[in-house]
Design a protein. Structure first.
Length: 113
């Protein structure tokens, strides 16, 4: 059974940083495309960042230059480093295994002073 477990969310002040982790079980992320999405209240779930099996990355325009997606195949984990956070980054962040259409449970990120 494929399971994705996110962690690392929380409350942070504007300008701060967080690192989200997505640990996979029952699924080998090596060479697999993975993504981070987010959903704010009353809005649709949108792609934030993705990484291909070969390591190429793609970012939403709103986070380019601030967020970085990466993977550690040895730990079977995908990360999202989020810097220079803004209030508009507030959302539930979800990890997504694209090849298997499996979502994590989400982790809340709140950016507020």
């Amino acid at each position: 059974q494929v399971q994705l477990v996110e962690s690392g969310g929380g409350l942070v002040q504007p300008g701060g940083f967080l690192r989200l982790s997505c640990a996979a079980s029952g699924y080998i992320i090596r060479f697999k495309p993975m993504g981070w999405y987010r959903q704010a209240p009353g809005k649709q779930r949108d792609l934030v960042a993705s990484i291909t099996g070969g390591g190429s990355t793609n970012y939403a325009d709103s986070v380019k230059g601030r967020f970085t997606i990466s993977r550690d195949n040895g730990k079977n984990t995908v990360y999202l480093q989020m810097n220079s956070l803004k209030p508009e980054d507030t959302a539930v962040y979800y990890c997504y295994a694209m090849s298997s259409n499996v979502w994590g449970q989400g982790t809340q990120v709140t950016v507020s002073s």
